[in-house]
Design a protein around this ligand. Structure first.
Ligand code: ZN
Ligand code: ZN
Length: 345
């Protein structure tokens, strides 16, 4: 079968691999679409994300082709989402309701850790089907289901925040994660929801996703407008950083009220400075968020199936698996702006 292997920064290879076979406890899935995650793009562009070789791909959908003995959660022919949240079920994080920060299993799951083979491929072998495979509800399109990673991160970020119904909210960055934060904050009852993005098309999508205002962070007049709009001394109760950019972190800090919270959702590994003199007297809370849980994916699939979560706001483009290398090159150079590019084996 064909697959795309990550061999280091700026280096992908389109290779042949033997088609895997499902042994006891394993499931073989034929891949229909695999999204190119921002993490994959960062790994292609910068060192420090994956320090090992692997077949990328941790957000895919496909059809169950083989089921090993002992597997109970899926059967041959099932439509499944194939995803990354690895949890061992035994550690402190898993036992205290935070399986997404499990210290043991994350790197064992698909297309993430050393020795994993992800879904930039015609087939993927799931060794932990209970953790990695989610049934796609009847009637949900493949193109909707494959967005679970994009949506899950924003959804979890809002659930992990202290945001309450009636709060003013700032979202900095209106890429796919930002659009998910906006939808989740809208569902959770935000009062004024102010989004920021330097790109006009992304601001238009932010309004479509439920933001009340979409402003340009590069314009002084827009920052002034945001401060006037926010009810409490120029600050939101909660700001969400979803751009993965140091300047966006600083802007979130600036636009959060005393006693408010800054949620870091979009960090891409770059360092940023926080000036404590500006933070201390305002007693700001700074909180981080990481991926999502299985339960959240099940909830999200139900919300999408019920029409309560729009997948229309995410722009999607498709590219054949054989063109993964050129596509990654374009993504890394910022020449493709779709919320998700889906590889089609
Ligand atoms: Zn991802
Ligand atoms: Zn664990």
């Amino acid at each position: 079968m064909k697959a795309v292997k990550y061999c280091g920064v700026g280096h992908l290879e389109y290779i042949d691999l033997p088609k895997p076979k499902a042994q006891a406890g394993e499931v073989l899935v034929k891949i229909l679409y695999c999204g190119i995650c921002g993490t994959d793009i960062h790994a292609y562009s910068h060192p420090g994300i994956f320090d090992w070789e692997l077949v990328l791909g941790h957000e895919a959908v496909g059809i169950v082709e083989e089921v090993g003995t002992g597997v109970t959660n899926v059967k041959v022919g099932d439509r499944v989402a194939v995803g990354p949240p690895g949890d061992c079920g035994n550690c402190y994080s898993c036992n205290t309701g935070h399986p997404n920060t499990c210290a043991h299993a994350f790197f064992d799951t698909l297309g993430i850790g050393p020795g994993t083979q992800g879904a930039y491929a015609e087939y993927v072998l799931s060794k932990h089907p209970q953790n990695e495979l989610f049934l796609i509800p009847e009637g949900m399109e493949w193109e909707q289901a494959v967005l679970f990673d994009v949506i899950g991160v924003g959804f979890h970020g809002v659930r992990r925040s202290d945001m309450k119904v009636g709060d003013d909210v700032v979202v900095s960055g209106c890429g796919s994660i930002g659009l998910s934060v906006i939808q989740a904050a809208r569902l959770a009852g935000a009062k004024k929801l102010i989004a920021f993005d330097p790109v006009e098309e992304k601001r238009a999508l932010a309004i479509k996703a439920g933001a009340d205002y979409a402003l340009d962070p590069g314009k002084e007049a827009d920052l002034k407008k945001a401060k006037e709009l926010l009810s409490h001394a120029g600050g939101a109760q909660v700001s969400f950083e979803a751009a993965g950019h140091p300047a966006s972190v600083a802007q979130c800090v600036e636009l959060t009220m005393a006693g408010g919270q800054v949620m870091i959702v979009g960090s891409d590994g770059r360092a940023y400075e926080l000036v404590s003199a500006a933070l201390g007297p305002r007693e700001l809370d700074l909180k981080f968020t990481f991926t999502y849980t299985k339960e959240e994916i099940h909830t999200l699939f139900e919300l999408i199936a019920m029409g309560k979560w729009s997948t229309q706001v995410y722009t999607v483009e498709k590219a054949p698996l054989s063109e993964a290398i050129e596509t990654m090159e374009q993504l890394s150079a910022g020449k493709l702006t779709a919320a998700r590019v889906l590889l089609t084996p």
